[in-house]
Design a binder for this molecule. Sequence first.
Ligand SMILES: C[S@@+](CC[C@H](N)C(=O)[O-])C[C@H]1O[C@@H](n2cnc3c(N)ncnc32)[C@H](O)[C@@H]1O
Length: 344
Amino acid sequence: MEPIANPADPTIRIDSHLDGAQGRSLADDVLDGLTRPFKELPPKHFYDARGAELFDQICELPEYYPTRAERAILQESAAELAALTGAAELVELGSGTAAKTRVLLDALHEAGTLRRYVPVDVTESMVRECAQTLTEEYPGLRVHGVIGDFERHLDQVPDATGPRLVAFLGGTIGNFPPGSRRRFLREIAGLLGPDDHLLMGTDLVKDPDVLEAAYDDAQGVTAEFNRNVLRVLNRELDANFDPEDFDHIARFDPEHEWIEMRLRARREHTTHVRALDLPVRFAAGEELRTEISAKFTPERLRGDLSAAGLELVRWLTDPDELFALSLSRVADTPTAVASSNGSG
Ligand SMILES: C[S@@+](CC[C@H](N)C(=O)[O-])C[C@H]1O[C@@H](n2cnc3c(N)ncnc32)[C@H](O)[C@@H]1O
């Protein structure tokens, strides 16, 4: 790991923990996931620069309500969250372009408590760009960016410098299956001291048609995003996937209450992942799962938080109850839950 301080700008520090490690993780995930009887790859590999761009486009789609709903909740509640947390630093996991984060940064800046922003993301360009623009937008703000995999590099988040708010937005927690989700929440809890909070976005259980449309838009942007993982494999591991050999599938699984994204082979064929000397055979119609996105109820979230040693402080939803933001803290007192619709 090489800390990269910008001598021209002492307000920015960027640490990169990937240095080939992401490549190794991709190779391991491909070896493991594409040789199973049911093929699967973890969603973090969608996000090269192109994948990140496509995700930004998804956020603007009429069918993709989560971004709009989460932003609306933030706009309604940011001042209250700033007052409740008194956060001197905001650590954001999977920060992306930090578009919605600005609502929170505005409120913390206005409250006069914010000193430092710590974006953690696997996409290098996102962390660098957002460090640059945010230090320009918020005078006096220091940015300590962490380019890394939040599943492996949470211990590289710098020590807290004051009351800390950890934000995990966009419903990304839903990408973890239930057991790993609780384990990951326990790891996040390890970043929190007694004065600190976790602010997490979760998509809510709703009409399956609405959910499926959000992951299978009319313009085909989500389909491109899904196929992008094959382009990542072609580039990084010298594979020869033809993305057009695969249909994009988005389906709600009512038993698990999660959306699954899959790529379904249009014809029987064998692809070669040359860097791993790995032939991968697909039968016609065979599916490769590329993402699960779990949907939540308040009970599911409370159970997950409690299993991770966290307690709910606020449950905030948009007026249509499409999405929720939860504020939680390390549980050391009997749980006191305030529920609200929008304004807290
Ligand atoms: C669904 S997007 C959400 C982006 C943003 N937080 C939002 O709410 O719009 C997921 C983000 O998490 C990042 N990400 C996904 N898996 C990651 C991992 N294992 N480690 C670090 N970042 C990851 C992606 O690069 C992407 O920026």
